[in-house]
Design a protein around this ligand. Sequence first.
Ligand code: KG4
Ligand code: ZN
Length: 358
Amino acid sequence: MTILGIETSCDETSAAIIKKEGQTLTLLSNVIASSLEIHQPTGGIIPENAAREQVKYILPVIQEACKKATVSYEDIDAIAVTYGPGLIGSLLVGVETAKTLALVLNKPIIPINHMVGHIYANFIRVISNLKSQNAKLDARCSMLDATIFPALALVISGGHTDLLLMKGHGDFILLGGTRDDAAGEAFDKIGRLLGIDYPAGPMIEKLAKQGNPKRFRFPRPLIGSPDYDFSFSGLKTAVLREVQKLSSKPYTLNPNDTADICRGTQDAISDVLVKKTLKAATEYNIKTILLSGGVAANETLRKQLELTARRSLLDAKIFAPQKSLCTDNAAMIAAAAAYNFHPVPWQEITANPELYFD
Ligand code: KG4
Ligand code: ZN
């Protein structure tokens, strides 16, 4: 089965082609156009500007995805599209394009929750030039096909920090989520204080490598709470206080101070995410932990989770998508549809910016 995925929930415009054979998903193409440069001067996304750019990109991006996969419109068996959560203008571009294609080409259409899409990035096998990119990924796929449930999904993105119990495909129970800022949002807001361009996560990770881990110990909100909720807005306030102590406005920190703050920030966010995830994994007798979302690209977090799990003798296998599939992309949307093939009449699909887990 060949699925065209379409993703336009935030500033990216993406289309991908995925082939499902048995239980294996193979990525044939994944094209992403970003309007990031136009948002960088403002340090965040201006929704109207994002949607205006997406209108320009959507059709060329879909055509490019088909071309790269050497797939024609006739070869496509179904269209999957993100219908929420996200920015309303951006979502509408993808949803209306997908509905039009479904009607004109007479193809089934499957609406996908963006957050569910992130989780399914873990199920994609990536090939390059028809040769598997690395053996580890293939091994991962066969393991996923065997015994993965009950799984624990940690979705950590710019808009969400959610911990979910996954009992089967499409079967989610929300264990907890953020009460204020999401993990990625905390990276981005702290980055802004430090003069780091949006999205700040990758640069904070890079600078943290040179940072002194002992200099700043920022708060770890809710780390010991009995629930699975998160809160990161206090962290941002604590960082602001340190920045104010070190420099007067406009803040100009020396490189050492910046690196040390980056290290303190990353350690605080990682500690909370790791502690709560492993606590849930133990409580629910989890077989696999599936990391996803932009923050899952953070190598230090991945390693800390792996190491702490091993130290606490937890059996659960830990997976994270290839880094390029952690941030927003259409491949994950097509992958989610492949495992949750529930077409809906196109007339019944509407963009839902507030969509959450049922
Ligand atoms: O999943 P995503 O692409 O978009 C949303 O659905 O929100 O996530 C984007 C977020 C941004 O906040 C970005 O700063 C963060 O992911 N991010 C990272 C890293 N790469 C991206 N955070 C920490 N470390 C990274 N390496
Ligand atoms: Zn996302």
